[in-house]
Design a protein around this ligand. Structure first.
Ligand SMILES: *[C@@H]1O[C@H](CO)[C@@H](O)[C@H](O)[C@H]1NC(C)=O
Ligand SMILES: *[C@@H]1O[C@H](CO)[C@@H](O)[C@H](O)[C@H]1NC(C)=O
Ligand SMILES: *[C@@H]1O[C@H](CO)[C@@H](O)[C@H](O)[C@H]1NC(C)=O
Length: 223
C-alpha cells in the first residue's frame, strides 16, 4: 500500500474512533434527536411541533425489523413495505400497545444506509432525499410522530423510520399497563430512555468505512 493511502486510512480510523466516543456521550437517544430535528424543521415551516409518541415510535422500530436488515428492499425497483395488516397483527402486540388505541398513520419516512450518521444528517441526507419528503414532514394533518433507528443486529446497515399519525396524543398508541416496553436492538423515541444500541462497538462502527460501497436509500410515502 502506498504511504499516502496508509496515512489517509490512519487519519480516517482516528477520526472515526473520536466521533464514536463523542456520540456515546452526547447522544442520549438518536431517535429522540431525530424527532427534535424534525420538529424544528416543522416549526420553521410554520407547522406545529408534534407530540413524540413512544407507542408509535415502538411500532416504527417493529416496522424496521420487518425488513430483516435488507437495505435493498427499502427503495428502488424492488422496494417493499410491510402489509398494513402487520400493524395490528405483529407490530402492536410486539410493543405491548393496545390494539384499540391504534390511530391512522398519516405518513411515513424510511431510509437505510450502511454507514451510521448523526440524526440531523439522517434527516437531511437520507430521509429527505426524496422531494416528497418535505411535504410529508410539514403536513398539517399530523398531530404526533414516532421515530426509530436500528441496525439489524445492533450494527450496520442502519435503518431510520419515522411514522406520523393524526391520533390524540394521550389516547392513541398507548401501552398496556401504561409503561413502554423497550425492545432491542434499536432505539425508539418518546420513552425517555437513553439508548445507544446502534453503536455498540467501534469494530462494528468501522466496517462501513472500510467497505467502499455505500448504500443509501430513502423514501417517503404519504398515505
Ligand atoms: C427543512 O428540511 C429540509 C430538508 O433537509 C431543508 O431543505 C429545509 O431547508 C429545512 N427547512 C428549514 C426552514 O430549515
Ligand atoms: C388532510 O386533511 C384534510 C381534511 O381532513 C384532507 O382533505 C386532506 O386530504 C388531508 N391531507 C393529507 C395529506 O392527508
Ligand atoms: C395527557 O394527559 C395528562 C393528564 O390528563 C396531561 O397532564 C397531559 O398534558 C396530557 N398530554 C398531552 C400531550 O395531551
Amino acid at each position: 500500500m502506498a504511504p499516502a493511502v496508509l496515512w489517509l486510512l490512519t487519519v480516517a480510523l482516528l477520526s472515526i474512533s473520536t466521533s464514536a466516543d463523542v456520540q456515546m456521550k452526547v447522544a442520549n437517544n438518536p431517535a429522540d434527536q431525530l424527532v427534535d430535528v424534525l420538529n424544528k424543521n416543522r416549526t420553521a415551516h410554520k407547522a406545529s411541533s408534534l407530540y413524540n409518541n413512544a407507542g408509535l415510535a415502538c411500532i416504527a422500530l417493529q416496522y424496521i425489523k420487518a425488513y430483516e436488515g435488507d437495505c435493498g428492499a427499502v427503495g428502488g425497483a424492488d422496494a417493499k413495505k410491510p402489509a398494513d395488516s402487520e400493524f395490528a397483527a405483529t407490530f402492536t402486540p410486539n410493543c405491548g400497545v393496545q390494539v384499540s388505541s391504534l390511530s391512522q398513520i398519516t405518513g411515513r419516512l424510511l431510509g437505510c444506509q450502511t454507514k451510521y450518521v448523526k440524526p440531523s444528517e439522517a434527516f437531511s441526507e437520507i430521509l429527505m432525499k426524496n422531494e416528497k419528503s418535505i411535504n410529508i414532514v410539514t403536513d398539517k394533518n399530523h398531530t404526533e410522530v414516532g421515530a426509530a433507528v436500528s441496525g439489524s443486529d445492533g450494527g450496520s446497515p442502519y435503518f431510520w423510520c419515522v411514522l406520523f399519525s393524526n391520533g390524540k396524543a394521550n389516547s392513541s398508541f398507548t401501552f398496556e399497563g401504561g409503561e413502554p416496553r423497550i425492545s432491542t436492538p434499536g432505539c425508539f423515541s418518546g420513552a425517555n430512555d437513553e439508548c445507544s444500541g446502534t453503536h455498540r462497538s467501534q469494530t462494528l462502527y468501522l466496517w462501513p468505512y472500510v467497505a467502499a460501497a455505500l448504500v443509501t436509500v430513502g423514501y417517503g410515502l404519504g398515505l
